[in-house]
Ligand binder design. Structure first.
Ligand code: UDP
Length: 369
């Protein structure tokens, strides 16, 4: 199997798969790092901390232009497939690295496994939405973490089902696996170390990096002002590990942002390592985030979550009351108060029992026979 990773959330998802691969000697894996995230903060520290193998192939795509970078990654993954001749190519999630891996697998005629298939934000303005839909179309095995994901694939006719098309333009009929979620596997694996009695007793956790929230400096400032006012009203403080994309905008438009925000109850830090981030989620009375991964980790660890977006791919969390959407800065205080009043959330098996990665490998074994 050739595993393609390239961005922070993929290193985390890959950690669960790697543990399962290490436990099953029948598998031989080749790892390709697309180089999409390549620095210490977003890449190297995760390889060390999560014990990921040294990639067999590490690409160095051009980074200044999205289209050129995507092309470089497609070309590099295709070369890696030609050299290593895998039986499967496996990609995670919705980044440009995911799409590059998917395209390369289809160009080489190697069956593609898409982990986190079927998720939809229903926003074509999000590059991630395009990446997911295209990757799903190219996949032979669609690994769905939730029933909502399976429903999307059925409704779009990507797989058979009520209303699904019988004419799927794909060399093999794609197969759907409903497995649970590999990020939940990690939260279960690492989260056991924090006693339940201490959970929810720390600082609020804030993360924000979506282009629609952070690229416009005025919008970013409105979010931060609204969050700061709410923290002040509730006598709380927040820790804010600042994504490099967000830091770049702040650096350009707000000279003393870290000091100013500290005075406004928001303590800025560098991007955290995975276990540190998970601990912050676990101990937060509330998570405020626009990250799908952090939203899911909050679910796994029983912390309520205000989603700083007008949509989420993880709709079941909203249905179950663990998350609520705060579509704009003006909504933050109301949503955060409502969630805080509910106290901690009792996690259930929405995302499985912590063994999604093992289930994926078992199912692929069966497909090979
Ligand atoms: N994460 C981390 N340190 C941080 C912020 C996030 O380790 O300072 C992890 C987090 O645990 C989550 C993943 O990064 O699993 C999410 O990545 P990101 O927010 O970049 O992507 P998204 O979830 O929006 O796809």
């Amino acid at each position: 199997m050739l595993v393609v990773v390239g961005a922070r959330p993929q290193f985390i998802k890959a950690a669960a798969l790697n543990r399962a691969l290490e436990d099953d000697p029948q598998w031989r894996s080749t790892w390709v790092h697309t180089g999409q995230h390549h620095d210490e903060a977003l890449s190297a520290q995760f390889f060390r901390e999560l014990g990921l193998p040294q990639p067999h192939v590490t690409l160095s795509p051009r980074s200044d232009n999205r289209e050129l970078r995507l092309g470089d990654m497609m070309h590099g993954v295709r070369d890696a497939i030609r050299s290593h001749k895998p039986q499967w190519v496996l990609v995670f999630g919705d980044t440009d690295s995911t799409l590059a891996g998917a395209w390369a697998a289809s160009a080489e005629g190697v069956p593609l496994v898409h982990v986190e298939a079927g998720l939809r934000s229903h926003r074509w303005s999000m590059p991630e939405e395009i990446n997911r839909v295209l990757t799903d179309r190219l996949s032979s095995v669609l690994v769905c973490p939730t029933d909502a994901a399976v429903d999307h694939l059925t409704r779009e006719g990507i797989v058979d089902g009520p209303g699904g098309s019988q004419e799927v333009p794909h060399p093999t009929r794609p197969r759907v696996l409903r497995t649970g979620d590999v990020m939940h596997d990690n939260a279960v694996h690492f989260g056991a170390r924090w006693p339940h009695t201490e959970r929810g007793q720390g600082q609020v956790l804030l993360t924000m990096h979506r282009p629609s929230n952070v690229d416009d400096p005025d919008r970013l400032r409105s979010w931060l002002n609204a969050i700061s006012s709410w923290l002040n009203a509730r006598a709380l403080t927040a820790v804010f590990p600042v994504h490099p994309r967000t830091a770049k905008v702040l650096d350009r438009h707000w000279p003393r942002w870290a000091e100013d925000l500290a005075e406004q109850r928001i303590q800025c830090t560098a991007p955290m390592g995975y276990v540190e981030l998970l601990e912050a989620v676990c101990h937060a009375p509330l998570v405020l985030t626009d990250s799908g991964g952090v939203q899911k980790e909050a679910y796994s660890l029983g912390t309520r979550c205000a989603v700083l977006r007008d949509t989420t791919e993880w709709v079941e969390q909203v249905d179950r009351g663990q998350s609520q959407l705060a579509s704009g800065p003006e909504k933050v205080a109301h949503v955060a108060d409502a969630l805080l009043a509910l106290g901690r959330f009792e996690t259930d098996d929405l995302y499985g029992d912590g063994d999604a990665a093992e289930v994926i490998l078992r199912s692929l074994h069966e497909s090979r026979l």
